[in-house]
Design a protein around this ligand. Structure first.
Ligand SMILES: Nc1ncnc2c1ncn2[C@@H]1O[C@H](COP(=O)(O)OP(=O)(O)O)[C@@H](O)[C@H]1O
Ligand SMILES: [Mg+2]
Length: 368
């Protein structure tokens, strides 16, 4: 098992910069998730760790051993892909045993290791089936089996669950976490799904256009997003943004004909910057809809209900503000609101995230 370090790693394909100045050091046994929209460089980063892609610049080390110029087979990593990549003409046993047979591992050891892995993954009854005789979830387990049977230094998983339906994805998510904890192998897991990232990662690396936006635990990313991109990407439905101008300890929202009173962290972050253009971020779960401004609220914005979506345990309400801007509001349980109702949206000062409107960087810094 290995701690993995990437220092200033970059990848260019001709004119395309896929990954830029990527630096990260894992601890041994850590579960790191790379997340970001399609095309942001996740797969390229993973393939460079695997050695399947040469780096354009920077170094990669496993336990302080420089592996940058090593071939994939010398790095001792195992990779799981979205499309399973099983051999269709081989049964499950032979698919899992394939790598060991190539390396001329003695037959009795191959059998013992395949059986142990099959037991771990609950696929013993399937060992003599071909891939086409398996469900998607079973195939994914076999692909995992093929990776873990190698007992590698590092696991690399590239969107391994995206071909599965929602229920199976949740089940496999939990199984992968359990498995990784038990095996204690440092793991890089790629996904474009922020829910998956938040639920699985010890730490999450948020990427955009090849550039790391922020590295942090799920709580650090949720509580202290470094910029508007991370703020909008982490959390569902996404954070609301309102632009305004600083006026003492308040922010004037010209478009809503309203003023927001800051307090605590956001007020300290704003400092004394009259006229500064700022962006307020408010998560949907922190907005209340009432007739009047509740005591202690930062403001009360008039609007009207546009759509009400029941999620069972919660209700999602889209409110059209005076500026025509849409506000996502997530309320607990069921609500009596209907489209067309006049409402006032309010939120508490401690739930305001503050960004610079030009740079889109957080003004309150990364919270602990
Ligand atoms: N082999 C390649 N040749 C040229 N461009 C590539 C190649 N692989 C990836 N890219 C480009 O690099 C960028 C990052 O791609 P990728 O790492 O696959 O992103 P992700 O996995 O986050 O979707 C994209 O713009 C993609 O088109
Ligand atoms: Mg990819």
């Amino acid at each position: 098992m290995a701690a993995v370090e990437l220092s200033h790693v970059g990848k260019r394909f001709g004119n395309v910069v896929a990954v830029r100045d990527f630096s990260l050091r894992t601890s041994d046994g850590e579960f790191v998730v790379l997340v970001g929209p399609s095309g942001c460089g996740k797969t390229s980063a993973l393939r460079m760790i695997a050695g399947l892609e040469l780096v354009s610049e920077g170094r990669i080390r496993f336990n302080d051993r420089d592996v940058t110029d090593q071939l994939p087979r010398d790095r001792d990593v195992a990779m799981v892909f979205q499309n399973y990549a099983l051999f269709p003409h081989l049964d499950v046993f032979s698919n899992i045993a394939f790598g060991m047979r190539l390396r001329k591992v003695p037959k009795s050891e191959v059998t013992a290791r395949v059986e142990r892995v099959a037991q771990t993954l609950g696929i013993e009854p399937l060992l003599h089936r071909r891939p086409r005789e398996l469900s998607g979830g079973q195939r994914q387990r076999v692909a995992l089996g093929r990776a873990i049977v190698r007992e590698p230094q590092v696991f690399l998983m590239d969107e391994p669950l995206s071909n599965l339906d929602a229920a199976l994805r949740m089940e496999m998510r939990a199984e992968i976490i359990k498995l990784q904890r038990r095996l204690g192998v440092t793991t890089f897991y790629v996904t474009h799904d922020q829910v998956e990232a938040l639920s699985m990662g010890d730490r999450i690396v948020v990427m955009r256009n090849g550039v790391i936006q922020q590295i942090g635990t799920p709580a650090e990313l949720y509580d202290g997003p470094a910029n508007c991109f991370v703020a909008a990407f982490i959390g569902s439905p996404p954070m609301n943004f309102l632009d305004g101008a600083a006026q003492g300890t308040t922010v004037a929202l010209a478009d809503e004909a309203a003023t927001v009173t800051l307090a605590g962290r956001a007020r300290a972050a704003l400092g004394n910057a009259p006229g500064r253009r700022v962006r307020l971020g408010i998560r949907p779960e922190h907005v209340a809809l009432d007739g009047a401004q509740p005591a202690g609220a930062a403001c009360s914005l008039p609007g009207s209900v546009e759509v009400v979506e029941s999620l069972g345990h919660a209700t999602l309400v889209y409110v059209r503000l005076q500026s025509e801007r849409r506000l996502n509001v997530l309320l607990n349980g069921k609500v009596a609101l209907r489209a067309g109702d006049a409402v006032r949206a309010s939120f508490a000062p401690e739930h305001i995230y503050l960004f610079d409107a030009e740079s889109e960087q957080a003004l309150q810094g990364v919270a602990g």
